[in-house]
Design a protein around this ligand. Sequence first.
Ligand code: ZN
Length: 371
Amino acid sequence: MAIVGRLILARRVAVGRLTVAEGVIAAIDLDHEAGPDDVLPYIAPGFVDLHVHGFGGFDAMDGADALSGMARALLRRGVTSFLPTAVSAPLDGLVAFATTVRDWMADAPADGAEPLGFNLEGPFLAPARRGAHDPAHLLAPADVPRAALDPLLDGLRLMTVAPELDGARELISWLTGRGVVVSLGHSEASVEAAVAGYGAGATSTTHLFNAMRGIDHRSPGLAAAALTEERVCVELIADDMHVHPALWPLVSRLKSPDRLVLVSDAMALAGTGDGPGRLGSVAVEVRDGRATVAGTTTLAGSVTALDDAVDRLVAAGVTIPDAVAAATRAPLALLGVADRGHLAVGQRADLVELAPNLTVQRVMRAGRWIP
Ligand SMILES: [Zn+2]
């Protein structure tokens, strides 16, 4: 099968043809004669959402059928791989979530985004920066024996920890020693405590600027540490509401395209319009595309998806290859997944065809166009 378009390569866009065979990219032929083109579709690697609580009316914590519904709804927005993400819940509820995701992964639908494991955003979060997380479920790492966390490990790829909590640094090294990527977030940490959390092994930052101290020149915190520690990634919810667009160029200048990770942080109502809903045990509502804890102005995740996020970054002046990298290569590199995310021979043929205005036209998963 041959696909012709403007191929979004690592550092440039080039007109060419991809040949797909047996689920992988078998050949790439660039058209060196082609001039600038504004008609052909763009061909990008499939998007990867590491932080997504639900989509299309389905909540990641509602069982196998909801996971399937969410995976299918995400795929239609160009997301070919994802981590179903839990909010803070009692430990036995998180163990049940982990067990459900593991069982479901074995026969997840072929016409949905592929799960790469799961993400736990909590319960080790700072009460002062809990956002939409239920304060009744938050725990300090020092109060939880490691044996109680063992049943969570299989399939756990990413976990948010507030580095200033009692026992957090020990927990971070315990998790990273077991192959779990730790993201610092929901934290009141000083810049020193944040740097110590990265020093203990954390390599990412949960929804930069949200649920942490801002860039305050007298009392900097996690956001300042995340932007100045060169090797760590930052998640960015690129939806106008979570981070003012005026700050996106600041982030993209301080973070190379491989360290900027676009996430949706979407909740179940995403992709369904306005209405009342739920995020874990917390009542939420969506009005005019803004998701909040019901009756408050506290943001409760988003109703965006990565296709919108890429579009908005480009509108803010980020190059198309760099914006796409933040939705593909960067999240995959953070997890250590190497078989997809680039338009290169031998890579899995997870592709998104985007119209010239960057809206999703078609999505291919593992070499098959999904109707
Ligand atoms: Zn959060």
